[in-house]
Design a protein around this ligand. Structure first.
Ligand code: FES
Length: 202
């Protein structure tokens, strides 16, 4: 997606309310420790305001001023962590885990489904309708229910080609299916339900 031209960024009322709960967590003089929570605040505000959850450089400068730190230190944090998008993304940010357990359990099928249903050419691409941006990520820490597709901050688990297509079609219709296992698995219990510790005698 193309990057908009420079603009002025200011925290909105909802963000200020959140910041008022974040800053008191840190001792006086240590406010710089709030840089990651404030980057999240910016990303969520951009999502509310523009439909694209990302952190523009102008907003990093506003964070630096608020936390009394050099702007370069905010840039360093924002560009180090994958959770922060430093360029605009689609309305839904699709993040496919391609690490070994997800790959063995079918992440290639999830990728194929995202390309087919999302109108995406591959990783790094955004769809022409502005709905989706596709990113490959490393282990999301949910390997027990592999393969995983993270949509913004929600994990969709136990996916295959058809269920991934159905998920993207729902998102396009403006529906947000419940996150978690797409085969009804309870947390990380075996498929079909728990097999041990099932009775009071256990
Ligand atoms: S390998 Fe995909 S969540 Fe761990």
């Amino acid at each position: 997606m193309s990057e908009p031209t420079a603009f002025a960024f200011a925290f909105d009322a909802e963000s200020e309310e959140k910041i008022a709960t974040i800053l008191p967590r840190y001792p006086a003089g240590k406010q710089a420790s709030a840089v990651i929570p404030l980057l999240y605040v910016v990303q969520k505000q951009m999502g509310r305001a523009t439909g694209s959850t990302w952190v523009p450089r102008e907003a990093m400068d506003v964070i630096a001023a608020r936390l009394d730190m050099a702007p370069i230190r905010v840039y360093e944090v924002a560009t180090f962590y994958l959770m922060f998008n430093t360029k605009p993304v689609g309305r839904f940010h699709l993040q496919i885990c391609g690490t070994t357990p997800c790959w063995l359990r079918g992440s290639d099928d999830v990728l194929r489904a995202c390309k087919d249903a999302g109108g995406l050419k591959g990783y790094g691409d955004s769809s022409a309708d502005g709905n989706f941006t596709l990113t490959e990520v490393e282990c999301l820490g949910a390997c027990v229910n592999a393969p995983i597709l993270c949509v913004d901050e929600d994990f969709y688990e136990d996916l295959d080609y058809d269920r991934t297509v159905a998920l993207l079609e729902s998102l396009k219709r403006g529906e947000r299916p419940p996150y978690g296992s797409t085969i009804g698995r309870k947390t990380s219990a075996p498929e079909g339900g728990p097999m041990v510790l099932t009775g009071a005698e256990n």
